[in-house]
Ligand binder design. Structure first.
Ligand SMILES: [Fe+2]
Length: 151
C-alpha cells in the first residue's frame, strides 16, 4: 500500500501543476489581448483557443487534489507562490517572441505533467495517472501548433 508520504507528494505535485496552468492561462490571455502585427487574427484566435484549453483543466486538477484528501489553491498569492512558469508583465511583446515563450512554457508543462503522473503512480492514484496522458497530449498539441507557427 502506498503511504502518506506518496499521497502528500502527489498533492504537492498537483498543486504545483495547477499553479502552472493558472499562470500559463493568464499569460496566454495577456498575449491574446495584446498581440499585434501581420498575423494578428491567427494568433489572437490561437491564443484564445489555447487559453480556454488551459482553463478547462484547472477545475479538474484542483478536484483531483480534493479527491486525494488534500487542500488545493485558494487565490492569486497561492498561485504565484507555487508556479514554475514566469509571468510576462509586458503588454508590448513581439508576436513571434510571444509564440516562442508559449512554446517553451507548454514544453515545461509537459515535464510537470510527467512528474505529476509519476507521483500519481507512486501514490496508487490510477485516475490521475490515466488523465495525465490526455493532459500531455493537449500540451504537446499546443507545442506543435506554436512550433509550426514559427517555421
Ligand atoms: Fe477575447
Amino acid at each position: 500500500m502506498p503511504g502518506d508520504n506518496a499521497r502528500k507528494a502527489l498533492i504537492d505535485s498537483l498543486n504545483g501543476l495547477l499553479a502552472d496552468y493558472f499562470t500559463l492561462y493568464l499569460k496566454t490571455k495577456n498575449y491574446h489581448w495584446h498581440v499585434a502585427g501581420r498575423q494578428f487574427r491567427d494568433l489572437h484566435l490561437l491564443f484564445d483557443e489555447q487559453a480556454a484549453e488551459l482553463f478547462a483543466l484547472t477545475d479538474i486538477i484542483a478536484e483531483r487534489v480534493r479527491k486525494n484528501g488534500g487542500e488545493t489553491l485558494t487565490g492569486i498569492a497561492a498561485i504565484a507562490a507555487r508556479s514554475s512558469i514566469a509571468d510576462d508583465d509586458r503588454a508590448s511583446v513581439d508576436a513571434m517572441e510571444m509564440v516562442r515563450n508559449l512554446r517553451d512554457d507548454n514544453a515545461r508543462l509537459v515535464e510537470r505533467i510527467r512528474e505529476a503522473k509519476a507521483a500519481a503512480g507512486e501514490a496508487g492514484d490510477n485516475a490521475t495517472e490515466g488523465m495525465a496522458d490526455d493532459w500531455t497530449d493537449q500540451a504537446q498539441q499546443r507545442v506543435w501548433f506554436l512550433t509550426q507557427t514559427l517555421a
